[in-house]
Structure formats: structure tokens, C-alpha cells
Write a protein that binds this ligand. Structure first.
Ligand code: HEC
Ligand code: HEC
Ligand code: HEC
Ligand code: HEC
Ligand code: HEC
Length: 471
């Protein structure tokens, strides 16, 4: 039995080559996986070698075995006809024979060449799969919200893989496995709408964000000016001026908002699976002191511990879906929407948040019709003298809608909230800084308005501070 099997495999030089190739590849794979398990990080190339090229070589080797066996059978049948039932002796590969040598050498060359070609093609394929175009548009409808927001973000020149995969073999493989599942789920319409936020599967910021942003960089105070327009006929403009205490590490001490992720500081917290409600918070400071803050709130449902990193505040670094009012304020500020159009803020808010449209195209048409209709009914003269401005405003509102609302993916205003601050739709920082988290010594997680910023002007038409700064 075993002898038969072995002789079937070994019987022909093609099978024998197959066995040698397959076994070598297998041993190499084992060796490299072993190496990586002991902590050796070789980068994505090692991953490609371990998980793509060597397996391909292995498959190639395996393929050769049956081919050899088949060739042998053919030989055998021929020999049976010539020599009777005992069959022929094993074939002799005589390398002194010019013909045989030619065949052997050229097979090796051809084999190697096709291996290199195949490998190159696969590598290129894999590389292709990590481009923004592939990630963002191949599964167009599914990734459209994230892709659209990404293109408008400060990170629009990155690739999706920079944050979602990062460097190293293990995450590369993980991404390919989950990517394959994503392909299947897209093909069979199994994906959830909206796509859930990858709270658990996202790679820790240390391996992604911190590859480009040094966590020890001291940002210090950062001035922030926010322009708002009101609901009245004149769209009254006000300014809010904040001095954000971003801080960071300076020498051996670290202060301010970036304190949470500075070296030597560790903040862990217990929360629900969506990280919206935060219960216990544990801090470890550089002096080694550990402190636990607790709340009276009791969790309903499953909870888990997580170590705070950049993404706990910057959860929308690339996919920023802004509230409608912020979008319209900035469009009015930079002139995409003419702020002299009466009630344009109020009407703009109404059409983008209350209108129900089945698609972007329908929304653009509907929004333009509503805005045009409003001015024709209420400001007939203006509707003709400012026809161009009204048209431009409607187009800008159409853009704003199509950047933030994706009916097919059930993504609408407020679906993905931003934790970088405190807003109506998301408590953000106040998940912890609500003065309700208390330690045994009686201290609480700070919550005063001056902890994080000085409010230099709050909704003022003409703040003095700006006149001082920009005389
Ligand atoms: C600057 C880093 C960064 C880049 C670049 C990036 N993402 Fe994200 N992505 C994130 C973070 C952070 C989250 C949310 C994680 C959280 O809230 O825990 C996320 C979430 C997502 C989600 C889940 C749905 C959601 O909005 O929460 C999808 C889908 C997604 N990204 C796709 C993409 C695609 C496609 C690209 C490339 C076009 C891309 N990402 C580029 C950081 C990034
Ligand atoms: C491949 C490099 C790279 C990675 C990875 C990266 N960033 Fe950035 N980040 C940049 C660049 C480049 C800019 C733009 C700087 C500029 O505009 O001056 C930027 C800008 C920013 C800004 C300021 C702009 C804004 O939107 O307010 C923040 C905040 C930020 N990144 C956070 C993050 C976070 C959080 C992550 C991880 C989820 C991350 N970055 C990952 C390169 C990177
Ligand atoms: C506790 C919440 C929090 C954490 C954690 C946090 N940030 Fe920030 N970060 C902020 C806030 C708030 C700002 C100011 C935002 C603004 O401009 O209004 C900011 C600003 C920034 C900026 C812009 C700085 C500038 O010069 O304008 C960058 C870049 C940045 N953070 C990167 C990171 C990175 C990388 C990490 C992880 C190592 C991180 N942040 C962790 C809250 C946080
Ligand atoms: C997971 C809980 C948690 C979240 C979320 C959180 N913080 Fe904190 N923060 C803490 C704890 C705990 C401390 C330490 C106790 C204290 O100083 O109040 C702290 C301290 C601070 C400090 C004082 C640092 C110092 O010592 O100089 C600032 C400023 C701050 N946080 C700002 C923010 C801002 C801004 C956000 C949102 C963008 C935020 N935090 C989100 C838990 C959190
Ligand atoms: C734990 C830190 C923290 C505390 C405490 C805090 N804020 Fe803020 N606040 C922020 C951050 C972060 C932002 C967002 C800045 C940005 O948009 O980048 C913000 C934004 C604001 C804004 C501008 C809002 C907008 O949409 O532009 C105002 C006004 C404001 N805070 C007022 C207050 C007042 C009043 C208090 C006290 C009741 C307070 N904040 C407490 C961190 C804090």
C-alpha cells in the first residue's frame, strides 16, 4: 500500500520535483510563522512571502505530483505493452545525455520564470487591493459614505490601509481574511446598513496614527474660531472663540488634553460595547500611582475594558460627518452660500434635514426646487435679481446633503457621531468629564468649563478678543 503510494509519487521525476517543492515551501512557511510568533516583525513583505508566495509554491508543487503520476501511468501502460506485467525499471535521468539535460534545465528555468511572474502578478494584485480607489469604490455603495468623507478630510492623501491595516504581517493577513468575508457579504447583500464602526477590530492607534503623529509632540494652546449664522432673516453672524488646551508632553511633564495618551500615562475604562456609556475609569500616572474612578450608573448588557488611545477622542479623523448646521455655517462663511439671501440658514437647514429623498440625484433636484420655490413665493423680486446666487446656494446645499446622507446605506445626520468635544448628538469628552466619576479619596474627573478650554467669546457678534488679535 505505502510502497505503491510512494512509488506512484516518486515514480516520475515530475512528481519528485513536485514533492520537493511542496515540502520545501511547507517547511519555509512553518519556519516563518514560527519566527513571527516569537515576535519578529518583518513587515508586509514577509507576510506576502509567508502567506501568498510560499503557499503558491506549495500549490504548484502539489499540482506537479498528479501530473507526474499521470505521466508515469502513461509510461507504465506503454511498458506493459512492451515488457509484460512486471513493468519497466525506474526511468534513468541521465544528465550526460544532452537531450535530458536540456529538458531538465529548461523545465527549471520555465518553472522559475512562471513562479516569478505569478508571484509578481499576485503582489501587484494585492498592492492594487490597498489603493484608495479599490477600497473606496470597488464596493461602491457600501463604502461610499466613508470614501466621500475621507476625500474631504485632512487625511485624503493617505490610503485606507494606513489606518485600517498598518504595517506588519499579522494585520495584513487579518485584513485579507476579513476582506474576503467583506467581498462575500457585498456579493450576497449580507452587510449591515449602516456599516458598524470597527470599535473592536480597529488596529490600536500606536501602530497606525502614531506612525505619523508623535504622541509626545507638544501642541500647546490652540485658538479655535467658529462662525455661526442664526435663523433670522438677516442670518445674523456670531463668533465663538475657544483657546483649546491641547497641551502634550513638555520635558518630563505632560498636561492638557493630550495628557491621556502621553508616555507614562495610561487611562483604561469600562464601557458598553459601543463605548457610549463609560463606567469605571482607571488612570496610571508616570509615578506609578493607580487611581480608580467609579460612577453610580449600573451597566445594562455586556461591558468591556479598553485602553484609551487617539481614536477614543479622534474617532472621526478620516470620516468626518458634520452636523448640518456646521456644514451650512462654513458654506456661508466661505461664500458657497450667499449669506445675504434672507433666511437662507433656516431654509437651508430645513431642506437638508427634513427633506426625504431616495438618492443624491433626487435630493439635488428636490433641494433646488424647494429653495427656488421659497424665494419665488416670499421674495419674488429677489428671485429674479439674485437668481444666480439662489441657484448656487441650492447647489451647495445639494453638495452638503450628498456628503453626509446616504439613503442606500441608511447613513443620515447623526448616524456617526464625533467624540472630539461635546455636542447635542454626542457627549464626547463628557462621557467621562461629567463630574459623576468619583475616586475613593473623593476627587472627581474634572468637569469645569476651564479644564479643556477657555471660552474667550461665546456667540458674540463682534468679539473683542478677535479685534485684539487681528487689529
Ligand atoms: C486617518 C485614518 C483613517 C483612514 C485613512 C481611513 N479610515 Fe476608515 N476609520 C478610521 C477610524 C478611526 C474609524 C472609526 C473607529 C471608531 O470609531 O472606533 C473608521 C471607520 C471606518 C468604517 C466603519 C464605518 C464608520 O464610519 O465608522 C469604514 C467602512 C471605513 N472606516 C472605511 C474606510 C475606507 C474605505 C477608507 C479609505 C477610503 C478609510 N476608511 C480610511 C480611520 C481611518
Ligand atoms: C500615514 C500618515 C498618517 C497616519 C497613519 C495618520 N495621520 Fe493624521 N495626519 C497626517 C497628515 C499628513 C495630516 C495633515 C497635516 C496637515 O494638514 O497639516 C494629518 C492630520 C491630522 C489631524 C489634524 C487635522 C484635523 O483633521 O483636524 C489630526 C487630528 C490627525 N491627523 C489625527 C490622526 C489620527 C487620530 C490617526 C489614526 C487614526 C491619524 N491621524 C493617522 C498623517 C497621518
Ligand atoms: C482626550 C482626547 C484626545 C486624545 C486621547 C488625543 N487627542 Fe489629539 N486632540 C484632541 C483635541 C480636543 C484637539 C484639538 C482639536 C481642535 O483643533 O479643535 C486635538 C488636536 C490634535 C491634533 C492637531 C494639532 C494641531 O497642531 O492642530 C493632532 C495632530 C492630534 N490631536 C493627534 C492626536 C494623536 C496622534 C493622538 C494619539 C496619540 C491624540 N491626538 C490623542 C483630543 C485628543
Ligand atoms: C475615558 C474617559 C475620558 C475621556 C473620554 C476623556 N477624558 Fe479627559 N481625563 C480623564 C481622566 C480620568 C482624567 C484625569 C482626572 C482629571 O484630571 O480630571 C482626565 C484629564 C483630563 C484633562 C486634565 C489633564 C491634566 O492633568 O492636565 C484634560 C484637559 C482633559 N482630560 C480633556 C479631555 C478632553 C478635551 C476630552 C474629549 C476630547 C477628554 N478629556 C476625554 C478621562 C477621560
Ligand atoms: C473635558 C473637556 C471639556 C469640558 C469640561 C468642556 N468642554 Fe467645551 N469643548 C471641548 C472640546 C474638545 C470642544 C470641541 C472643540 C472642537 O470643535 O474642536 C468644545 C467645544 C465647546 C464650544 C464650541 C462648540 C461648537 O460647536 O463650536 C463651546 C461654546 C464650549 N465647548 C463651551 C463649554 C462650556 C460652557 C463648558 C462648561 C459647562 C465646557 N465647554 C466644558 C471640551 C470641553
Amino acid at each position: 500500500m505505502v510502497r505503491h503510494f510512494v512509488s506512484a509519487i516518486m515514480g516520475h521525476w515530475v512528481s519528485l520535483m513536485g514533492v520537493i517543492i511542496a515540502v520545501t515551501c511547507l517547511l519555509m512557511i512553518g519556519l516563518l510563522i514560527g519566527l513571527q510568533m516569537t515576535g519578529f516583525e518583518g513587515g508586509a513583505y514577509l507576510g506576502i512571502l509567508t502567506f501568498m508566495l510560499l503557499p503558491m509554491g506549495f500549490a504548484f508543487g502539489l499540482l506537479l505530483i498528479p501530473i507526474g503520476a499521470w505521466l508515469k501511468r502513461k509510461q507504465h501502460a506503454k511498458a506493459m505493452a512492451q515488457h509484460g506485467p512486471e513493468g519497466p525499471p525506474l526511468p534513468i535521468i541521465d544528465l550526460n545525455n544532452d537531450r535530458t539535460r536540456g529538458i531538465v534545465l529548461s523545465s527549471i528555468v520555465v518553472g522559475l520564470l512562471s513562479f516569478v511572474l505569478l508571484a509578481g502578478a499576485t503582489y501587484k494584485g494585492v498592492h492594487e487591493m490597498e489603493t484608495v480607489a479599490f477600497c473606496g469604490t470597488v464596493c461602491h455603495t457600501v463604502m461610499e459614505p466613508e470614501h466621500t468623507a475621507f476625500l474631504r478630510s485632512a487625511h485624503s492623501k493617505l490610503t485606507c490601509a494606513d489606518c485600517h491595516i498598518g504595517a506588519g504581517a499579522d494585520w495584513f493577513v487579518k485584513s485579507k481574511i476579513s476582506g474576503s468575508w467583506q467581498m462575500v457579504s457585498v456579493a450576497f447583500n449580507l452587510y449591515p446598513t449602516p456599516i458598524a464602526t470597527p470599535v473592536h477590530s480597529l488596529r490600536p492607534a500606536r501602530d497606525t496614527c502614531e506612525q505619523c503623529h508623535w504622541p509626545t509632540k507638544h501642541v500647546g494652546d490652540k485658538l479655535k474660531v467658529e462662525t455661526r449664522f442664526a435663523d433670522d432673516e438677516a442670518n445674523s453672524m456670531t463668533k465663538t472663540v475657544l483657546l483649546m488646551k491641547v497641551g502634550g508632553q513638555q520635558g518630563v511633564t505632560s498636561t492638557g488634553i493630550h495628557w491621556h495618551t502621553d508616555r507614562g500615562v495610561k487611562v483604561r475604562y469600562l464601557s458598553d460595547m459601543k463605548r457610549e456609556n463609560i463606567y469605571d475609569i482607571e488612570t496610571t500616572t508616570p509615578d506609578g500611582k493607580v487611581k480608580l474612578f467609579k460612577t453610580d450608573a449600573k451597566p445594562e448588557g455586556p461591558v468591556e475594558w479598553r485602553t484609551m488611545d487617539c481614536v477614543d477622542c479622534h474617532n472621526r479623523p478620516a470620516h468626518v460627518f458634520k452636523p448640518a448646521s456646521k456644514e451650512i455655517n462654513s458654506a456661508m462663511e466661505d461664500g458657497r452660500i450667499d449669506r445675504t439671501l434672507p433666511f437662507i440658514k433656516r431654509e437651508g437647514m430645513r431642506v437638508v434635514t427634513e427633506g426625504k429623498y431616495a438618492s443624491k440625484e433626487e435630493a439635488r433636484v428636490g433641494i433646488a426646487k424647494e429653495i427656488d420655490g421659497f424665494y419665488k413665493a416670499k421674495y419674488a423680486e429677489l428671485a429674479t435679481t439674485k437668481a444666480t446666487e439662489i441657484k448656487a446656494a441650492a447647489a451647495a446645499l445639494g453638495d452638503i446633503y450628498s456628503w453626509n446622507v446616504f439613503p442606500k446605506m441608511k447613513v443620515t445626520w447623526g448616524t456617526y457621531t464625533n467624540h472630539l468635544g461635546h455636542a447635542d448628538d454626542s457627549p464626547g469628552c463628557l462621557r467621562c468629564h461629567d463630574k459623576k466619576h468619583k475616586a475613593e479619596d473623593g476627587t472627581r474627573v474634572s468637569g469645569g468649563c476651564k479644564t479643556c478650554h477657555s471660552v474667550l467669546a461665546d456667540d458674540e457678534p463682534d468679539p473683542e478678543i478677535l479685534a485684539t488679535l487681528k487689529p
